[in-house]
Design a protein around this ligand. Structure first.
Ligand code: SF4
Length: 249
C-alpha cells in the first residue's frame, strides 16, 4: 500500500471523493485494497457511516474505543447497532495497568485539574487503544465534519496522516447537521437518545455536558477548559497537544 500513502495520492483521492455520494465514497475506499478501519464514537454522524457500511456490506472494519467512561446510552447503542445491521463493532479497551498508573499519578478523575492530566487520560483511554485499532490499516475513516467546530472547518475528504502513515478519510466532511438528521430519519438509523436531550456531541460521561441553544456543537466537550480548539488528540498530531509528552503513560 506504499503507493497509496502519500500526499499526492490523498489529494487525488480527495478530488475523486468530492463528486460522490456517501455510499460511493465508502465503497471506493473499501475497493482500493488494504485494511480500511472506521472508528465510531456512536455519535449521530458516525451512525450514518455505520448504516451505510452495514447496509452495503462493505469490507470496512468498524471499531470503537470503549474507554470505560462512556454513557450507558452509548454502550447500549453499540449492541443495538450491531443487531440492526448484523455486524460486529470491535471494542478496543484501555490497558488496566495504564489506568492504574494514571489514577496513581493524577487520581481517577484528575482530568479536571489540568490540560496535561486530561490529555494523559485521553492518551491512556483513547490514543493507545486507537493505535492498536489502526495497526496495519491503510485507511482510517472518521465522522469528522466541517460544521462541528471552527477547528474542523477545513476538514478534507482525504488527507495523508504522516504520524500514522495512512490516509484519513472523512466521507461526511461536507454534510451539515440537517442533512445528517434527514438521513437518520429516512433510513431509520438508530441514534443515541441523548442527542434529543441537548447532547449533539457525546464523549465520555465525566467530560460531556449538554449544550445551550446557540452554542457550537462541541461546546459540551471538556467545557471547563478555556480553549476553543480543545480535542482529545485523536484528530490532531500528538506534537500539537500541550504537555502530552510529559504526561503520556
Ligand atoms: S474524554 Fe475524559 S474520561 Fe474520556 S479519556 Fe478523555 S479525559 Fe478521560
Amino acid at each position: 500500500m506504499t503507493a497509496l500513502t502519500g500526499n499526492g495520492t490523498s489529494q487525488a483521492l480527495n478530488d475523486q471523493l468530492a463528486s460522490l455520494g456517501l455510499a460511493e465514497r465508502l465503497a471506493l475506499v473499501a475497493e482500493l485494497g488494504g485494511r480500511a478501519v472506521f472508528t465510531t464514537s456512536l455519535g449521530i454522524e458516525d451512525q450514518v457511516i455505520t448504516a451505510a457500511i452495514g447496509t452495503e456490506r462493505l469490507a470496512i472494519d468498524v471499531v470503537t474505543l470503549e474507554t470505560g467512561r462512556l454513557f450507558k446510552e452509548t454502550v447500549d447503542l453499540i449492541d443495538e447497532t450491531e443487531s440492526q445491521y448484523g455486524m460486529t463493532i470491535t471494542r478496543y479497551v484501555p490497558v488496566q495497568d495504564d489506568i492504574d498508573a494514571y489514577a496513581a499519578k493524577y487520581g481517577l478523575n484528575g482530568f479536571y485539574e489540568s490540560v496535561e492530566a486530561r490529555h494523559a487520560c485521553c492518551s491512556v483511554r483513547k490514543l493507545k487503544p486507537l493505535a492498536r485499532a489502526l495497526e496495519g490499516a491503510s485507511f482510517w475513516i472518521t465522522g469528522l465534519r466541517r460544521g462541528q467546530s471552527g477547528n474542523r472547518a477545513d476538514t478534507p475528504f482525504a488527507e495523508f496522516d504522516a504520524e500514522r502513515n495512512l490516509i484519513k478519510i472523512n466521507p461526511l466532511a461536507d454534510w451539515d447537521i440537517g442533512r445528517i438528521k434527514a438521513y437518520v430519519a429516512d433510513h431509520a438509523v438508530p441514534v443515541n437518545p441523548m442527542h434529543a436531550r441537548g447532547y449533539p456531541s457525546i464523549g465520555c460521561e465525566p467530560c460531556t455536558r449538554a449544550i445551550k441553544p446557540g452554542e457550537p456543537e462541541r461546546a459540551g466537550r471538556w467545557w471547563w477548559e478555556n480553549d476553543d480548539k480543545r480535542e482529545c488528540g485523536l484528530h490532531v498530531p500528538e506534537a500539537a497537544l500541550p504537555s502530552l509528552e510529559s504526561s503520556a503513560l
